[in-house]
Design a protein around this ligand. Structure first.
Ligand SMILES: C[S@@+](CC[C@H](N)C(=O)[O-])C[C@H]1O[C@@H](n2cnc3c(N)ncnc32)[C@H](O)[C@@H]1O
Length: 289
């Protein structure tokens, strides 16, 4: 996932692609501008997030007529995929902390109710939904166990909670190489700066967090997806330029990094010059115990 994108705000909460150095602290600090949410929808949803949504919905066994919650919905790619599945008799609700994301979601989603809420305190009664789905967001929650517990609380006793997270950095064939290159030029601190997306990627730890939250793990699946960028240059820019890594590099060092990235990542370039970057991720389905 993009390490430095226009979505990342140098250590602030983040909405964006993988290498965001984003950390959410409190709901009050978690705001991105509308233009960032628009860019998320037009650029990053088709580039990488849309690829995962059908798999998340599938993992939740979502069927016609069901009631589904998309937690940390962003601009609603999972919510609208679920809405197509549940049909007119069903109900889909998306919640997110970020008002700009919800503004864009409101424009692009049909048949989805949207609410601003923190996953740590979901504004729904217990046993409300058949499924609660969360794609590419767990790593940004300050208290992951509580978040999963909340998802477990709002689903029905036979309901399903699905969490999708990217795998660890060492399982990422291309990102791993880019991070190594960045660390070579910007110092070892660059690894942490580019690793926000990978921090929940240990499947055993994820299962443990889910169990500690009072849920039973039903199944897991590890899948290789693809993120598509116009070029290796764009991939590098997205990953590096909105993180503090860029500030650690002179213009000359950054040029060198970009040149070297072309060589190191040549195997991820399609004949038309686009970059096709593999992203491994875990899908986990659970239910309340
Ligand atoms: C990388 S985006 C993923 C969005 C969406 N699930 C998707 O797949 O496109 C992460 C989302 O998590 C949301 N988020 C982060 N912390 C949250 C919290 N505590 N409660 C609700 N949403 C949160 C952000 O606003 C952002 O929209």
């Amino acid at each position: 996932m993009p390490t430095t994108t226009p979505m990342a705000h140098r250590g602030d909460a983040t909405a964006g692609p993988p290498s965001y150095n984003a950390r959410m602290s409190t709901p009050e600090t978690f705001e991105i501008p509308l233009e960032t949410a628009e860019l998320y929808e037009t650029k990053f949803v088709p580039a990488l997030f849309a690829d995962w949504a059908p798999h998340v919905v599938e993992m939740g066994d979502v069927t016609a007529g069901q009631s589904v919650l998309d937690v940390a919905c962003g601009t609603g790619i999972v919510a609208r995929t679920a809405a197509a599945r549940v049909g007119p008799q069903g109900r889909v609700v998306g919640v997110d902390l970020n008002p700009a994301m919800l503004t864009v979601a409101d424009r692009v989603c049909r048949d989805v109710e949207l609410r601003r809420a923190d996953v740590a305190d979901l504004p729904f009664d217990a046993d409300t939904f058949d499924a609660a789905l969360c794609q590419m967001a767990l790593m940004f929650f300050p208290d992951r166990q509580r978040a999963i517990g909340e998802m477990g609380r709002v689903v029905k006793p036979d309901g399903t909670v699905v969490v999708m997270v990217p795998s660890r950095l060492d399982a990422q064939p291309a990102y791993r190489l880019l991070v190594e290159l960045a660390a070579h030029h910007a110092g070892p601190e660059a690894v942490a700066m580019l690793s926000a997306y990978w921090v929940c990627g240990d499947l055993d730890e994820l299962c443990q967090t889910v169990r500690s939250a009072g849920l039973e793990v039903l199944s897991t699946r590890t899948r290789m997806g693809t993120a598509r960028f116009d070029s290796i240059d764009e991939f590098v820019a997205v990953e590096v330029e909105s993180t503090p890594v860029r500030e650690r590099l002179t213009d000359g060092e950054y040029d060198t990094l970009r040149r070297e990235a072309h060589d190191v990542l040549a195997g991820f370039t399609a004949p038309d010059g686009t970059a096709q970057i593999p992203i491994e991720g875990h899908l986990l389905a659970a239910r309340p115990r």
